[in-house]
Design a protein around this ligand. Structure first.
Ligand SMILES: [Ca+2]
Length: 417
């Protein structure tokens, strides 16, 4: 008996061999020539010819076919003609023409469902299970999380579960298809397996956002995220629900001040809008304007603001200037020497004699406030003192008088202020 896989025709288990013995008695004459086969009488004087064989032990016994279910085969094997081969019946060889007999017993592959809760037979969890999610995120206008979900959290996730049950060959784990009616047999071929996905929760119910007042806001853009139905191959859904507060006004100021005039405000601007509004403001134009009027920028305390917000609301930015300085017109002084001649009583004795400083000039340049135009520093003469080099002069002779100085060797200290 051969026990064969009905698909591959390969042995499932070892063959079983039964042997039965046949015998017959040969009859010879007195010279030893074979007369034939038969039976000799008890007294040995006569015989009966009969060529048939005699079978011992009644021939081949019934043989129960092995149980190969553990290997994935169906319980009941069959013969080539399809008939039940659970047992190969007892048999006897032909007594006239005995031959060896080969009996083939065929085992069909059994199948088994592989359910999504218990993957196996080469199928993974993901082969039989698929989840589609809808995630709702609750935020405010700045993107910060808000606990607006029904369960008081900031994220709410709904999941639809899709499953399918596969039917596989128990012997070789080959995928045969999918069972959709639960009877354990294939309804859908492997190629059409996408149609086998089923779900009991593909209808995602509506989700009501918490009232804005419950979570500290004034409004919400999506009071209810509507119900929807997803398919096994739907992409994950992401929904954002945004809470917001009523916009509040805010403003900030920019002061342009004169540090050389008790920080007097030269100019001020106010930038205002709703909190969160975008703004553009630059100090460049004002700085240019005041610089054109003689001011020099000391510090631009304004930092670029892109919105009116909680941080800059009510704030004042200071842009400070000092007065510029420039040189005024240079003064020139040519010093002169005058010698008076007089009598002791003070009356004039002769005309004055004038000396001079030659080519020397004294200069000074004042510093002017470029804002007020006023002199803030008269400047310093370019020489602290100078000695007249032509100060030696002969004193005029006047009859009857004696000069107190015969010669004037004069060292005049010119005090220039
Ligand atoms: Ca089925």
């Amino acid at each position: 008996m051969n026990y064969l896989d009905n698909e591959t025709k390969q042995p499932v288990s070892d063959a079983v061999e039964q042997t039965t013995t046949l015998s017959r008695t040969q009859i010879k004459d007195e010279k030893g020539n074979v007369i034939g086969y038969g039976t000799v009488s008890e007294d040995g004087h006569s015989y009966t010819l009969n060529n048939d064989w005699t079978i011992d032990k009644n021939g081949w016994v019934a043989q129960v076919s092995p149980d190969e279910t553990a290997k994935g085969y169906k319980e009941t094997p069959h013969f080539e003609d399809g008939k039940d081969a659970s047992t190969v019946a007892a048999d006897t060889p032909s007594v006239t023409d005995p031959q060896d007999v080969t009996v083939n017993v065929f085992y069909d592959h059994d199948t088994t469902p592989v359910t999504p809760d218990k993957p196996g037979h080469g199928l993974t969890h993901d082969d039989l299970n698929k989840d589609v999610t809808r995630t709702i995120n609750y935020v405010d206008t700045t993107g910060a999380a808000v606990n607006g979900a029904p369960d008081g959290k900031s994220t709410y996730t709904q999941t639809a579960h899709f499953t399918r049950t596969a039917i596989v060959d128990k012997v070789n784990d080959k995928l045969l298809g999918y069972d959709i009616n639960g009877d354990g047999s294939v309804d859908i071929s492997p190629d059409a397996g996408d149609f086998a996905w089923k779900s009991t929760d593909a209808n995602l119910p509506a989700v009501t956002s918490k009232a804005p007042s419950e979570v500290g806001y004034d409004s919400v853009d999506t009071p209810v995220v509507q119900a929807t139905t997803v398919a096994y191959n739907s992409e994950p859904i992401n929904v954002t629900v945004t809470y917001s507060k009523n916009a509040q006004q805010g403003s900030f100021q920019i002061h342009y001040i004169d540090e050389d005039n008790n920080n007097a405000i030269l100019h001020q601007d106010t930038v205002s809008g709703k909190i969160g509004d975008s703004v553009t403001y630059s100090t460049a134009d004002q700085i240019q304007l005041w610089e054109s009027k003689g001011y020099v920028l000391d510090q631009d305390g304004y930092t670029t603001q892109t919105t009116v917000n909680e941080d800059n609301n009510g704030k004042t930015y200071i842009v400070s200037f000092k007065h510029g300085r420039k040189n005024g017109t240079t003064e020139t002084l040519v010093p002169t020497e005058t010698i008076h001649f007089q009598y002791a009583d003070g009356t004039k004795a002769a005309d004055d004699v004038h000396g001079n400083a030659g080519d020397f000039k004294f200069t000074r340049t004042p510093i002017i406030d470029t804002v007020t135009g006023q002199i803030v520093d008269p400047g310093t003469w370019n020489k602290e003192s100078y000695t007249f080099d032509d100060g030696q002069k002969n004193v005029k002779v006047i009859n009857g008088y004696v000069a107190d100085k015969a010669t004037m060797v004069t060292r005049l200290q010119l005090q220039l202020t």
